[in-house]
Design a protein. Sequence first.
Length: 282
Amino acid sequence: MRHVMEMVGKSRVVVENGLVVEVSEPEVVWCPLFDKMRGIKEISPAEVKKNMEFRIETFGLFTPDRQLDGFDDFVGFGASETMMSGLENGIIDASVSVCDGAGTVITKNPSLVQGMGARMSGLVYTEPIPETIQKIKDRDGIVLDEKTAVIDPVLGAKKAAELGFKRIAVTVADAETAAKVRAMQDEYNVYFMIIAVHTTGLSCAESEKIAKLADIATLCASKHLRSIQPLLQVGTAVPLIAMTQEGRALLLERAKFVKSPLLVNTMPLPYLPEQKQPRDLI
């Protein structure tokens, strides 16, 4: 049973049968989010391995013991938190995202979206774990392919539209996928709320395409996405930005439920304090 995820510092981690068997050198040496949450001052393969083992032991990632309930907000503004609030309050009526052990998942259950995504990083490859798939189905989730656990946002978006959903959030990690999803809108008479995730290392050209195609993007440690002028920005260290009015509405909906005090102000964007940015941006 093999699974591959890119995580802290865009290090590629391979997990087999619940054990971390491979960790690549990270491409980013410091992340303000993981410094704040986990006290990681310098990202190294050893720190990445420790973090992955923590997720496996505590939350059951890549194992039959995968937890999908009881997740608090990991961050104020994250992709899963934003989709969760959107589902709770009718801004969107379904989401298409991924989960280890299941691949692409369609759901209208806000709690499930957060349960799958709160501790999930850039899932590259996963194999089916029957126990995880059953837990998702029990929580009103639809696994795109139970036999292969394929990761395919395009087919997931298509399936969600065929099921009758009309405002569908879809997480994507590249411009080609975003373009294919956006191209299906008229055919199915739906709106796809495209959220670009896992964007570290996107080229300048790819970033420009994402800015034209996506509603929301997580900036991760992307140097080029940080040059985009958005309609709305939330956060300053690892921000989410909205490029469309639809994306702005979804992020503002999320803002209603963030427990920390918020400052709402008009100003030139993006606003990126140098001391808060990941090192090194790529």
